[in-house]
Design a protein around this ligand. Sequence first.
Ligand code: AMP
Length: 286
Amino acid sequence: MERKQLRIALPNKGRLAAPSVELLKKCNVKIENGTEQRKLYAGTSDPEIEVIFVRAEDIPEYVERGAADAGITGEDLVAEKCAKVRILAKLGFGKCRIAIAGKQKIGIKDISGKTIATKMPNATSEFMKKNGLKATILPVKGATEIAPGMGIADLICDHVSTGATLAANSLVEIATVMESEACLICTDGLAGRKREILDALALMVWGTNEAAGKKYVMMNVSEKDIPRIVQLVPGMRSPTIMQLAAKGECALHTVADAKTLPEKIRRLKELGARDILVLGIEQIVR
Ligand code: AMP
């Protein structure tokens, strides 16, 4: 019997697991009965959506084969599995790069002829092919950083986020193979009602990401100060201005980047803005 609910595969553990559940929650899809370990299936607050919990690295395959209609996993894992799935949205967490590293800095051409220990043999081979390089790939399951010191490989190809693990093992980065972050994927050719449910969810995901770095800012201003204040906080299209009961006074509402907001608030006060309120935004759908 054909499954009617949209089934989303989520990472059951590791660094992508908690942020994936959190993202769905922000999109109003709450997983029922918590997310206890060892649970494989769960319903959600949306009767048309269910989730399954599997390993992040298996998700591209589950989705490619249609065992799940959609999933959240790393772009690097989609590339490594060479999965024929559609990437609907990048999710802004699980950011890292896959890089080639070694005991000393060498030119990219000098990678040829070397042995590279990696957990990601396909992504590494693809990079070699693209750059016309020939190297021996040595697949390992983990702790790649130890391989050059043990003399079993000249180089490694592995995840880097801060570079601290490389530094701790006296390794330096030589080349970036790919940048990666968590992404929402779906089965190629997903259609009908499931596609509609997923498109609606993708809109919420984009809206949540878009809203993440933004704040809604309200303030009282005198009419004469409006032109300079609008220049400082132009908002998404332009700020909303509402007349107050007091003559010559207005309320101005705008959207601003959270990162630069402290400096903007300092300038707003200099320009005469008062009673400044800053609120979080849940979604921005453009
Ligand atoms: P995990 O299940 O915790 O091993 O997570 C694996 C996925 O997390 C990787 O395939 C990447 O997509 C992502 N990731 C983000 N930063 C890192 C990192 N520093 N090391 C390994 N994986 C990372």
